[in-house]
Design a protein around this ligand. Structure first.
Ligand code: N2P
Length: 399
């Protein structure tokens, strides 16, 4: 009996709050908490249901699973954010990392089950949609969706954001040790610094790293040869392979995971193909106030380079879809989006996060390049069946 009175009171409260337009006043979590009883009540009461629909900004708070499995690029989130989510919602995050889009795909195709939330790049999103690996979402229903800049919504690889939401974006260029006598004279602003033996000879002994990433490395070779990064002509791909094989003896490592850490080790690496944020992390981690400078610089080669957008998606086989979606919404929060960028030094597509992002990051043009520079860059796109040629070249390269 007492219980019934309580629920009547809850229903009354919900109607009162909706009528006052009181839904959006709280933060995301508070709103979510209010919504749970509202939705239960709505099931059995048409009037309440229509009131709740009016207040559509009130998100539903799903019953959360005990665990959530998150599979991300290496060093691509402040793990304190994961702890914060665990503590706030009582969901344990099982966290694992991958080295490239192809590794992620291979893992899923090998039948890895249990992953819920993954972070593929643009071209891999289209590939995964075609393969039926990504669950559908209704991004517009996510409470924090409005935080994302329009510029990054509705991308061609996922029209209408029916599967994924934007996470971080950046570019792929060349990182090099500041103050190095050769680079002081010759800033490596061309892919020649990765591929031309007579140039490589000058510093190969001091350590060169390339990304262990087939589209990125073959893409850089294609650009240097004057082709597009999405070229599918077999003869061009063979040329790219041969260019890479000629340069390979000069390279010390193929590393796209913890290479950002090796940049910080003296005498380990002097030049690396790199993602903007990883090089910026090395720069800011070695920044000294007295010199007002850090130890690593970043250059975008004159022949062109890749710009990319990584995304947050839910895998089709996830058995914790509601929790996954709840986590996706959490990552889209303004302060959470800023915490990600303040840790990764990659650019954020989260417009509302900007006010919480460190100014030195927003002002760093290696992280946020000018529009003019961005216009000269290319997106990686899905290459259809030519992917088999890319795979073949990659096997030869890595062999
Ligand atoms: C961060 C990896 C960046 C992902 N370490 C590039 N798509």
């Amino acid at each position: 009996m007492r219980k019934n009175v309580f629920w009547l009171f809850v229903i009354f409260l919900v109607i009162a709050i909706s009528a006052c337009g009181g839904g959006p006043a709280g933060g995301p979590e508070t709103e979510g908490e209010e919504a749970a009883p509202a939705e239960e009540a709505a099931d059995s009461n048409a009037e309440v249901e229509s009131e709740v629909e009016d207040a559509e900004v009130v998100p539903s708070e799903p019953e959360l699973a005990a665990e959530l499995s998150v599979y991300n690029w290496d060093d691509y989130i402040d793990e304190e954010l994961l702890t914060a989510y665990e503590e706030e919602y009582g969901v344990e995050i099982i966290y694992d990392t991958f080295a490239s889009n192809e590794d992620l795909l291979a893992k899923l195709q090998a039948g890895a089950t249990g992953y819920d939330v993954i972070f593929p790049s643009d071209y891999m999103v289209s590939q995964m949609i075609e393969l039926g690996l990504l669950a559908e979402i209704d991004a517009a229903q996510l409470e924090n969706w409005g935080n994302i800049s329009d510029e990054f919504k509705d991308a061609p690889f996922d029209p209408g954001n029916q599967h994924c939401v934007p996470y971080q974006w950046g570019t792929t260029g060349i990182g090099y040790r500041a103050g190095h006598p050769f680079f002081d004279e010759n800033p490596p602003d061309s892919w020649a610094y990765l591929f031309e033996p007579e140039i490589l000879e000058q510093y190969a002994d001091e350590g060169i790293n390339v990304l262990n990433d087939q589209r990125e490395l073959i893409g850089a070779a294609l650009l240097y040869l004057g082709y597009g990064v999405n070229d599918t002509d077999r003869a061009h791909l063979e040329e790219a392979r041969d260019l890479i094989l000629t340069a390979k003896p000069y390279w010390k490592t193929f590393n796209s995971e913890d290479y950002d850490d090796t940049l910080l080790v003296p005498d380990e690496v002097v030049l690396s193909q790199g993602w903007s944020g990883d090089v910026a992390t090395a720069y800011w981690n070695t920044y000294e106030d007295d010199t007002e400078d850090g130890n690593w610089y970043y250059a975008i080669p004159s022949e062109g380079a890749v710009k990319w957008l990584d995304n947050i998606c839910i895998v089709t086989s996830s058995e914790r879809y509601d929790t996954a979606l709840h986590f996706v919404n959490f990552l889209l929060g303004a302060e959470n989006g800023a915490a990600i960028t303040n840790y990764t030094y990659y650019a954020s597509p989260n417009e509302a996060a900007k006010e919480f992002i460190y100014p030195e990051i927003l002002e760093d043009d290696s992280i946020y390049p000018s529009e003019e520079v961005r216009d000269g860059l290319q997106w990686l796109e899905e290459v259809g069946d030519a992917i088999f040629d890319y795979d073949e070249m990659w096997t030869a390269i890595k062999g």
